[in-house]
Design a protein around this ligand. Structure first.
Ligand SMILES: [Cu+2]
Length: 204
């Protein structure tokens, strides 16, 4: 066998091997836009597998700060079973609460970081407020899957490390929290880049 042939076969093998390793985990890259094509910030997209993912909670803790009498971030998404802490970065006290069905809780008037994070163990939408500052609001979506992400200012998001398979892709937007903005089947075989448009208002 000539040297060039060996090289060719080596290249083929290498290609097959990298191709194979790609199918072990795929990355989904999405741009989420409105019907008019504008990138939507703070939209949540998650992938529900046909069978339970069998993967432990990816980020067992998360945080929602209070800075200048605002919740930061405004929108969060976590996997069911995540604990969230609520550090108060202001030099006034806050009183965080939620009456949402997915999680009713209250952290009475406090400064600094409350000692116990709150466990979110039920999937659903949780809206939080502050008893002292009525304008403060934070939106949280708790999802039964480790495959989720939130869009940046340009409407872009990435969900990495997803096993190839069949999923329901669900988009959710905090301006119409009681309804999904989009549900579609997604067959993920390898890295994929796609654009989706969602409905952004309750009246849509
Ligand atoms: Cu407050």
């Amino acid at each position: 066998m000539k040297c060039s042939q060996k090289g060719f076969i080596m290249a083929l093998l290498l290609h097959a091997m990298t191709g194979w390793s790609h199918t072990q985990a795929a990355t989904l890259t999405l741009q989420v836009t409105s019907a008019s094509g504008t990138g939507i910030e703070d939209a949540v997209v998650y992938l529900m597998p046909g069978k339970p993912p069998g993967r432990p909670v990816q980020t067992p803790t998360a945080r929602i700060d209070q800075i200048n009498k605002e919740f930061v971030p405004l929108v969060s998404v976590v996997q069911t079973g995540t604990r969230i802490s609520f550090p108060n970065k202001d030099n006034i006290r806050h009183h965080v609460y939620s009456f949402s069905a997915a999680k009713k809780f209250e952290i009475k008037l406090y400064a600094d970081t409350p000692s116990k994070p709150i466990l979110f163990d039920t999937a659903g939408y949780v809206v939080m407020g502050c008893n002292i500052h009525d304008h403060m609001i934070a939106h949280l979506l708790v999802v039964d899957t480790p495959y989720f992400a939130k869009t940046d200012a340009n409407g872009m998001l990435r969900i990495a490390d997803v096993p190839p398979g069949d999923y329901s892709l669900i988009a959710w937007y905090y301006m119409r929290p009681d309804r999904n903005a989009l549900v579609m089947p997604l067959s993920l075989k390898a890295d994929m880049t796609q654009a989706i448009s969602i409905r952004t208002r309750s009246s849509d």
